[in-house]
Design a protein around this ligand. Structure first.
Ligand SMILES: Nc1ncnc2c1ncn2[C@@H]1O[C@H](COP(=O)(O)OP(=O)(O)OP(=O)(O)O)[C@@H](O)[C@H]1O
Ligand SMILES: Nc1nc2c(c(=O)[nH]1)N=C(CO)CN2
Length: 162
């Protein structure tokens, strides 16, 4: 069976290692994956860490066209995190690569291991600033508001173009 394409948004984060090279490698790996193509990528931003004291992050977002399910996409993102040396330690602690699934068409999904839209997306300037660059008119299915409007509600002082 051929699955029709869905539009998805992902967030990238890194604050250990050569974050720029890690992002490039992660996007290359995604682009080489069957059923995934990259439609757009944002600029990269240097952002102040939310959570425990740790180095600044590099953050950005990408839009993908996928012909795989949300669960299959999450599995692929977790595999790529592992490939780039992700070790899970402290909650919200430093990491070589974090890949979050933000949006999948207009789907709302509440499963134990996967919530879409990403539950903390709308409060995070390090997500909304790059996402608004490449998908300003995407409607968040929870609030029914477009991304560029969600961005108006939050403080973006700690997000700077890299
Ligand atoms: N939309 C989503 N995107 C990515 N992971 C998700 C999502 N919803 C639930 N998860 C689950 O979250 C788990 C833990 O993710 P992770 O350790 O990267 O969290 P975190 O990045 O530290 O925190 P946060 O979720 O606040 O960004 C993943 O293994 C995955 O099962
Ligand atoms: N600036 C910034 N802070 C964070 C980030 C992130 O990507 N950027 N990710 C976290 C856990 O997902 C916790 N804190």
């Amino acid at each position: 069976m051929v699955q029709t394409a869905a539009r998805t948004a992902i967030a990238l984060g890194s604050n250990i290692g050569n974050s720029l090279a890690i992002f490039t490698g992660a996007l290359e790996t995604l682009a080489q994956t069957s059923g995934i193509s990259i439609q757009a990528q944002s600029h990269w931003y240097r952002t102040k860490a939310i959570g425990p004291t740790q180095p600044d992050y590099l953050n950005g977002c990408a839009i993908l066209s996928v012909q795989i399910s949300p669960q299959a996409l999450l599995a692929q993102l977790l595999t790529i995190e592992q490939k780039f040396g992700r070790v899970r330690q402290e909650h919200w602690g430093p990491r070589t690569l974090d890949l979050d699934l933000l949006l999948y068409d207009d789907l709302i999904l509440q499963q134990p291991n996967l919530q879409i839209p990403h539950p903390r997306m709308a409060e995070r300037a390090f997500v909304l600033v790059p996402l608004a660059e490449i998908a300003p008119d995407w409607i968040d299915p929870i609030s029914q508001r477009v991304i560029q409007d969600l961005l108006l509600e939050i403080n973006t002082n700690d997000v700077h173009l890299f």
